[in-house]
Ligand binder design. Structure first.
Ligand SMILES: Cc1cc2nc3c(=O)[nH]c(=O)nc-3n(C[C@H](O)[C@H](O)[C@H](O)COP(=O)(O)OP(=O)(O)OC[C@H]3O[C@@H](n4cnc5c(N)ncnc54)[C@H](O)[C@@H]3O)c2cc1C
Length: 369
C-alpha cells in the first residue's frame, strides 16, 4: 500500500518517516508464505533475513496429508490441502518458475497385515479422499516390494530451493529485502508500531524457524527442533517415477537423481551433515533398493518442531505489534499458506487463530522480558 511514497536507494528501500505495514524477519517457507499473503492483500512490507537456518532450503518439499506410519490424516489436512495447489500455482505464475511437481507418493507394504490396515484406513472419513483403495503392484525390478504399495492421492513436491531463491530475487528487485541478521535489541516499540534502524512498520512478524531461540521476545515458546538429513543419489538404472515411502523416502528429482531421507535427531542442533546419518539412511535404503547408486550430495537442517506438534502462531503476550509464525515442523509446505492466512486475518480482520496453533496456549510459560 502506498509504495508511491518509498524512496528507492540502491537495492534497498530507504524510509524517511514512512510507515510500512509489516516488517518480516526470516525468509524460509514461513516468511515466503506470509509475504505472499501480504502482497495479495496490498500490504507494504520489508524482509530481513540471513542464512543461519536452512530447513526450507534443504527440505524435500513434499506435500502429503497422510501420516504414512500410522495411516492417519495430518492436523487440518483437508483445510490445508485446499490451499496448497492454488497457492503455489500463484507463485509459479508470479515468479515465472516451475515449482509444483505432481508426484505419486506410495507406501511400500512390509506385510499382508500392513496391506489390511491400509485398506481399513482407506474407508475412513476424510482418509478416503487421499488413500487409494487399490493395491499397486511393484513393476520395478530394482525395487524390492513383494507386498506392493498403497497410493496416496493428490500429492506432490515443491522445489523449495528454487522457490526461496526466486522469491528472494523478486524481493531484491523490488527493494524490499535486506540480507542481514536481525538484532533484536535494536527493535523498538512505538505508539504506532515498531522501528528498527531506519524502518518504521506497524507490525513485526518473526518467522525465524529454529532461530527463534535467539529471539528474546518469543524464546519462551517450546520450540524443540529436530535435525533432519537428506542424501541425493544418482541411480541411472532405477528409472522410478514414484516417491516411495518405506522406513525412509526415496523421491525422484529427475535426471536419475533421487532424494533419500530423512533422519530425525533431537540432540544435535547444527546444520552439519553427519556420517552417522548417512550410514543410517543408506542401510535403510539398501533394504529395498537393488541397483547401483552413487551419493552425490548430503544436507542437514533443523525442522522447527514443537512439543505438542502444532505450529506457533500469534501475538506476543505484551508487545501488541510483535507476532510469531513458526513451528511448521516437518510439514512447512502444507502448513505455510494455511497458518499465514490465519495470522493475517487475525491481525487485519480480528479473526480467531485456530486454538491448537495459537501461542496463547503457552501463555503460562511467559515471564516478562
Ligand atoms: C531434511 C528435511 C526434509 C524436509 N522435508 C520436508 C518436506 O518434504 N515437506 C515439508 O513440508 N517440509 C519438510 N521439511 C520441513 C520444512 O523444511 C520446515 O517445515 C520449514 O522449512 C520451516 O520453515 P521456516 O520458514 O519456519 O524456517 P526456516 O526454513 O528455518 O527459515 C527461517 C529463516 O529465518 C532466518 N533467520 C533466523 N533468525 C534470523 C535472524 N535473527 N535474522 C535474520 N534472519 C533470521 C533463517 O536464516 C532462515 O532463512 C523438511 C525439513 C528437513 C530438515
Amino acid at each position: 500500500m502506498l509504495r508511491l511514497f518509498h524512496f528507492y536507494y540502491a537495492d534497498y528501500n530507504f524510509y524517511l518517516c514512512y510507515m510500512l505495514d509489516y516488517l518480516v524477519v526470516g525468509l524460509g517457507i514461513a516468511g515466503v508464505t506470509f509475504c505472499e499473503t501480504l502482497e495479495k492483500n496490498g500490504k507494504s512490507f520489508n524482509v530481513i533475513s540471513d542464512a543461519s537456518q536452512i530447513s526450507s532450503q534443504v527440505a524435500a518439499g513434499m506435500y502429503n496429508p497422510v501420516i504414512l506410519k500410522r495411516f492417519s490424516l495430518t492436523w487440518k489436512a483437508l483445510d490445508q490441502m485446499e490451499m496448497v495447489v492454488p497457492f503455489y500455482a500463484n507463485l509459479e505464475n508470479k515468479l515465472k518458475v516451475k515449482l509444483d511437481y505432481k508426484l505419486k507418493v506410495v507406501r511400500r507394504f512390509a506385510s499382508i497385515e500392513e496391506q489390511n490396515l491400509w485398506f481399513e484406513a482407506s474407508d475412513k472419513k476424510g482418509l478416503q479422499h487421499f488413500l487409494s483403495s487399490h493395491l499397486l503392484a511393484n513393476e520395478n525390478a530394482n525395487i524390492d516390494a513383494p507386498y506392493g504399495f498403497g497410493e496416496v492421492l493428490n500429492t506432490g513436491r515443491i522445489n523449495t530451493k528454487l522457490l526461496l531463491d526466486s522469491y528472494k530475487s523478486y524481493l531484491v528487485k523490488k527493494g524490499w529485502f535486506k540480507n542481514e541478521t536481525f538484532e533484536h535489541d535494536r527493535l523498538e516499540q512505538t505508539d504506532s508500531g515498531i522501528t528498527y534502524g531506519e524502518i518504521n512498520a506497524k507490525n513485526v512478524i518473526f518467522a525465524e524457524g529454529f532461530g527463534l531461540h535467539n529471539n528474546p521476545y518469543f524464546n519462551y515458546l517450546p520450540l524443540t527442533g529436530t535435525k533432519g538429513e537428506l542424501l541425493t543419489i544418482k541411480a541411472p538404472a532405477l528409472k522410478e517415477t514414484l516417491a516411495i515411502k518405506s522406513s525412509i523416502f526415496i523421491i525422484p528429482f529427475g535426471e536419475d537423481l533421487y532424494k533419500v531421507g530423512a533422519t530425525y535427531k533431537w540432540k544435535d542442533k547444527t546444520n552439519i551433515p553427519t556420517q552417522e546419518a548417512k550410514d543410517e539412511l543408506l542401510k535403510k535404503l539398501e533394504t529395498f533398493l537393488k541397483c547401483d547408486y552413487k551419493v552425490i550430495d548430503h544436507v542437514a537442517g533443523i525442522r522447527p518442531t514443537v512439543t505438542d506438534r502444532r505450529p506457533l502462531v500469534g501475538r506476543h503476550p505484551e508487545h501488541k505489534n510483535f507476532y510469531v509464525l513458526n513451528g511448521f515442523g516437518s510439514r512447512g509446505i502444507m502448513v505455510g499458506p494455511y497458518a499465514s492466512n490465519q495470522l493475517y486475518n487475525a491481525i487485519e480482520n480480528n479473526e480467531p487463530i485456530a486454538a491448537e496453533m495459537n501461542v496463547e496456549r503457552f501463555r503460562k510459560k511467559y515471564t516478562t522480558v
